[in-house]
Write a protein of this length. Structure first.
Length: 282
């Protein structure tokens, strides 16, 4: 393990003071208590508001030029459930890094980078750290949890809370790192291992525009679009594939190291055991 990997393991392992065994299922006697706890009134969302009067540059890659972004455009090309099953739900996804969207969209045969310069002053936003709240939010938005009715109230509360903001900000998740989120949701690894694996990808932050007023800021701030030729697309596609291979080796080692240390907690234990109290805003 490199020095950097050691630091990641030490930092994440230190997030939790208690150690827990792997839970397999929730005991039948616990379901009524779980339902009672998850039925608590929704907390005040406490959205923050952008106060700085400054311009920010955002990037979004696609196979077309997008001069007029629509925050709910996914519903025009997908069924409603599929359109909503994304990191932070329905929204127009952008990031501050110019390279990442190009790599992510490089599977397409046509690649266009859209650039926007927008002022977000006055918009309501929710910002996530890479922690349990982020894990649960990503999980509850990308998976319906149809077979786990005991957590539907918490899932719905999370989705409702986030749908009320204009912009959601948080670490990027994609199909590569989502395997760590799935491992956590399936009780195959504790939260600390999943967080360490996602942190190792070092993808940066995404800004998701989730309302008409937020999308209008991007429309007003459309700057330019740049098209990429076949050789450039091939370059980004290969770069992304190589990064996936490198990440897989590092992530698996982190997962095993942390699980051997016994740190963190598992999804069902967190939700059913009351360990979620005070650790999420929804």
């Amino acid at each position: 393990m490199t020095g950097e990997e050691c630091l990641i393991v030490q930092d994440v392992a230190g997030l939790r003071e208690e150690q827990h065994d792997v839970p397999h299922t929730i005991e039948a006697s616990d379901y009524k208590q779980v339902a009672k706890e998850l039925g608590k009134p929704q907390r005040d969302p406490n959205y923050k508001v952008f106060t700085e009067d400054t311009d920010i540059t955002f990037y979004h890659a696609s196979d077309i030029e997008v001069r007029e972004p629509l925050w709910d455009y996914a519903r025009s090309v997908m069924s409603e459930p599929e359109a909503d099953l994304r990191d932070f739900g329905l929204g127009f996804y952008t990031c501050l890094d110019v390279e990442y969207p190009l790599k992510l969209a490089s599977s397409k045969d046509v690649l266009t980078l859209n650039k926007y310069i927008a002022n977000l002053k006055g918009l309501r936003y929710v910002e996530f750290e890479l922690d349990l709240e982020w894990l649960l939010t990503i999980g509850f938005h990308r998976r319906d949890m149809n077979s786990r009715k005991w957590c539907h109230a918490l899932r719905d509360r999370c989705r409702s809370w986030l749908s009320g903001c204009d912009v959601a900000i948080g670490v990027i998740s994609n199909d590569k790192t989502y395997s760590a989120v799935e491992g956590f949701l399936d009780n195959l690894m504790p939260d600390s291992a999943a967080i360490a694996m996602i942190n190792a990808a070092n993808y940066g932050v995404q800004y998701v525009f989730k309302s008409n007023v937020a999308a209008q800021r991007l429309k007003d701030g459309f700057h330019s679009s740049t098209s990429y030729d076949a050789s450039q697309i091939h370059f980004y596609r290969n770069t992304f594939a190589n990064e996936k291979e490198e990440y897989s080796a590092i992530a698996d080692k982190l997962r095993m190291d942390i699980m051997e240390q016994g740190g963190g907690m598992f999804f069902e234990r967190i939700v059913s055991g009351g360990a979620i109290d005070g650790r999420v805003r929804f």
